[in-house]
Ligand binder design. Structure first.
Ligand SMILES: NC(=O)c1ccc[n+]([C@@H]2O[C@H](COP(=O)([O-])OP(=O)(O)OC[C@H]3O[C@@H](n4cnc5c(N)ncnc54)[C@H](OP(=O)(O)O)[C@@H]3O)[C@@H](O)[C@H]2O)c1
Length: 290
């Protein structure tokens, strides 16, 4: 992959798992990477490991809790005050199968952390992304979704799972929402002629701490199966990195859905313009954005 000297990237949840491998690789290529995460000790330990490996690595940790809109706003404001460019935003952080609960602002946790927190973060950083992209070197928003989006269902009248809660359904819904957001954002940027693309990625089944909330017997079975069948975090990061770094062939405006290292088709609901637009507009209302 091409050198990334001069590139500035933000990776949410980059202290461990897939995100850590994305940060490590970007730093190795010369990018200045900012990890946005909740756990400062984990973030600093990640930086130490990367700097031990690559002496020149430029990696920072900044506090970001996607379950708090205030924290997201604070993170974005602090970043913007530094007047740095932003070339790559990787919306990677996520939770899966967590027990029913609410974010600080009262949103169902999968929906709030995986989707709405990232929506707000991207929205607040959009001007910087637009200003940092150039023809031939567009800024990129990479949303780490999942193949689980295929069985997700968006119920616009119950995005917060108030009527019925299933952790599995809530996770799949949040991943479908990320895909719809990614498509709508990409179109908005294309229509406005802005040098920003947005895509969604499925990293595959990867052996990480994401599975820690599985029901215990399933968790035990998963840990055995994962050793043999799951990808390593570095392998999972490969598709994310391809989406973030692969040069666009002439006339190709990027975007789309990436899986197994290349662009793939996604399920029909993700291409429904009305659903994309409705979710976009409801999210703007929920976040009181204009
Ligand atoms: N592993 C898989 O098989 C798989 C498959 C498809 C998609 N994915 C997606 O890949 C992404 C990365 O997952 P992973 O497998 O690498 O899992 P992971 O190791 O559990 O990493 C998740 C990261 O998200 C962070 N995070 C969670 N809640 C947060 C919050 N409120 N604010 C900020 N950061 C938060 C975690 O940090 P904390 O220490 O703060 O919790 C952690 O750094 C997720 O979006 C996941 O849905 C994974």
């Amino acid at each position: 992959m091409p050198r990334q000297d001069g590139t500035v990237a933000i990776v949410t949840g980059g202290g461990r798992g897939i995100g850590y491998e994305v940060v490590r690789h970007l730093a190795r290529l010369g990018a200045h990477v900012i990890i946005g995460g909740r756990d400062e000790l984990e973030g600093l330990a990640a930086i130490r490991r990367i700097c031990d490996e690559y002496k020149e690595a430029k990696v920072e940790f900044k506090k970001l809790d996607l379950a708090s809109l205030h924290s997201v706003r604070q993170f974005a404001q602090n970043f913007k005050e530094r007047k740095l460019p932003l070339n790559i935003l990787v919306n990677n952080a996520g939770v899966m199968l967590v027990p029913e609960g609410r974010t600080v602002d009262g949103f169902e946790r999968h929906f709030g952390v995986n989707y709405l927190g990232h929506f707000l973060l991207t929205w607040l950083l959009l001007d910087t992304l637009k200003g940092s992209g150039k023809c031939g070197s567009i800024s990129r928003v990479v949303n780490v979704s999942s193949s689980a989006h295929c069985i997700g269902e968006i119920r616009l009248d119950d995005l917060n799972s108030c009527q019925h809660y299933s952790a599995h359904a809530a996770y799949c819904r949040s991943k479908l929402a990320q895909l719809l957001f990614s498509r709508q954002l990409h179109q908005e940027m294309q229509r406005g002629g802005f040098p920003v693309s947005s895509c969604a990625v499925d990293p595959g089944m990867v052996d990480t701490a994401l599975y820690c909330h599985l029901w215990t017997p399933l968790r035990l079975a998963q840990s055995v199966v994962a050793c043999v069948l799951f990808r390593t975090p570095a392998e999972g990061a490969a598709t994310v990195l391809s989406a973030a770094l692969s040069p666009n062939p002439d006339g190709d405006c990027g975007g789309g859905y990436w899986a197994n290292g290349c662009r793939e088709m996604s399920t029909p609901p993700t291409s429904e313009p009305q659903l994309q637009l409705s979710l976009w507009e409801i999210s703007i209302q929920l976040l009181s954005l204009h």
